[in-house]
Design a protein around this ligand. Structure first.
Ligand code: SF4
Length: 88
């Protein structure tokens, strides 16, 4: 499984396909739709309901992109393997 780094302000991991997923935990308002769109990638932590990455390869890239699009505060950032930001 890919390594996930979670700090106070973000949860970040690189997928096997090279895409980087970042959740901005300062922005996250614990709304939850990300964990419905990509349930194996995002986990709402017990302490405050914010989304942390549990397994960056748990869902397809399409599902992860859908999760990012579903976030009401655009807290999920997706970059491709060259570092180009795909969303938002
Ligand atoms: S959808 Fe956005 S605000 Fe809601 S839990 Fe996921 S990252 Fe946080």
């Amino acid at each position: 499984m890919s390594k996930v780094t979670t700090t106070e302000s973000k949860s970040e991991a690189v997928r096997k396909d090279g895409h980087t997923i970042t959740v901005d935990l300062d922005k996250c308002i614990s709304a939850g739709p990300c964990s419905i769109a990509a349930p194996l990638t995002f986990l709402l932590r017990d302490s405050d309901g914010k989304a942390i990455i549990s397994d960056p390869d748990g869902d397809t890239l399409d599902a992860v992109m859908e999760a990012a699009r579903s976030c009401p505060v655009l807290a999920i950032i997706i970059k491709d393997k060259t570092g180009k930001q795909l969303f938002p």
